[in-house]
Ligand binder design. Structure first.
Ligand SMILES: Nc1ncnc2c1ncn2[C@@H]1O[C@H](COP(=O)(O)OP(=O)(O)OP(=O)(O)O)[C@@H](O)[C@H]1O
Length: 301
């Protein structure tokens, strides 16, 4: 099923995007197509090297696709778009600036749409001495400041590359709470990458799974889990015929499998919905299936 990549309600859409860093090198993205609707909180997941950071960079307008298009709210992705805030994985900040100077710079660069209160809640300047320079902060402290700069911008689309990566457990909880409260207040769209899936499944309602530069899954989390089932039954894998099998293995005298349902399932099968973790792992190890889920016709077990 094609994604509505030009749909006006898509906050971020990619159509056949490839990105090659070196002319004769491999594709960091190899034909990536998806659409993230406006207003969702989207988990961007995938193994190391899947292309997550590359995709976020392109969405922020930093670099151009080698082919294909990346659109933000229906227009080409471009650097300096006031509707977009981007938190890069390496948190680029000026090391010689103090915390206060950095926040003042954020205010100056985003005049007219800077939320100083929100930026201060993320940065929490009370933690720092007046003259503390960015270069003297810990990784987690720098992340707080970088998040403050991104969030203070009051953007409609937040592109956050591993936003919680350097933070301790308490700071993660605090900043994720602030982020979610901000999103609930403003209806901003978030696309956020992380390797800690459990951290994302609690707060995200949309999933974008990349692997080796291509889209493996994209859609509403509930619809994706709903369209799949973990099944267990007596007998061999031949009983799965007709269903798209993501993963299957023998279990005693029977079979367990994660399938994409196609119509009703036999009454003697044990059936349960997969967790998001199971879904992601199975799709990363199993055969490639269409990344989007067609509307379900028959859900009866
Ligand atoms: N500046 C660059 N020059 C050359 N190759 C690059 C560059 N940036 C990324 N790549 C390559 O592109 C591919 C995708 O990298 P990317 O950083 O986008 O993946 P990722 O999913 O964000 O990985 P991780 O989870 O490890 O952060 C990798 O093979 C990487 O080596």
């Amino acid at each position: 099923m094609p994604f509505p990549t030009s749909s006006p309600e898509a906050a971020l859409a990619a159509d056949g995007v490839t990105r090659r860093y070196r002319r004769s090198g491999p594709d960091a993205l190899g034909g990536c197509t998806f659409a993230v609707p406006a207003g969702v909180v989207c988990a961007l997941v995938g193994p190391n090297g899947a292309g997550k950071s590359t995709l976020l960079e392109l969405a922020a307008g930093l670099g151009r696709p080698t082919s294909g298009t990346v659109e933000v709210f229906g227009g080409p992705a471009r650097v300096g778009n006031p509707r977009v805030a981007y938190l890069a994985q390496d948190r680029p900040l000026f090391p010689r600036f103090t915390v206060a100077e950095t926040l003042r710079l954020g205010a100056r660069l985003n005049e007219g749409h800077w939320d100083a209160g929100l930026a201060e809640r993320f940065a929490d300047p009370s933690r720092f001495g007046k003259g503390d320079r960015i270069g003297s902060l810990s990784g987690g402290e720098r992340t707080r400041i970088a998040l403050a700069l991104a969030l203070g911008k009051r953007a409609d689309l937040l592109l956050l590359d591993e936003p919680m990566a350097d933070l301790d457990v308490l700071a993660r909880q605090e900043l994720m709470g602030l982020l979610m409260a901000h999103v609930a207040d403003t209806g901003a769209t978030v696309v956020m990458s992380s390797h800690i899936l459990s951290e994302l499944t609690d707060v995200c309602d949309h999933l974008l799974l990349l692997d080796a530069g291509t889209t493996r899954l994209c859609g509403d989390m509930d619809e994706l889990t709903d369209a799949h089932a973990v099944v267990a039954f007596a007998g061999g894998a031949e009983r799965l015929a007709g269903h798209a099998v993501v993963e299957s293995r023998p279990a005693g005298r029977g079979t367990t499998a994660l399938i994409r349902r196609a119509g009703p399932l036999p009454a003697d099968w044990e059936v349960r919905p997969p967790s998001v973790e199971e879904l992601v792992l199975a799709h990363l190890t199993g055969p490639s299936l269409p990344a989007s889920i067609p509307p379900r016709k028959d859900t009866a077990a």
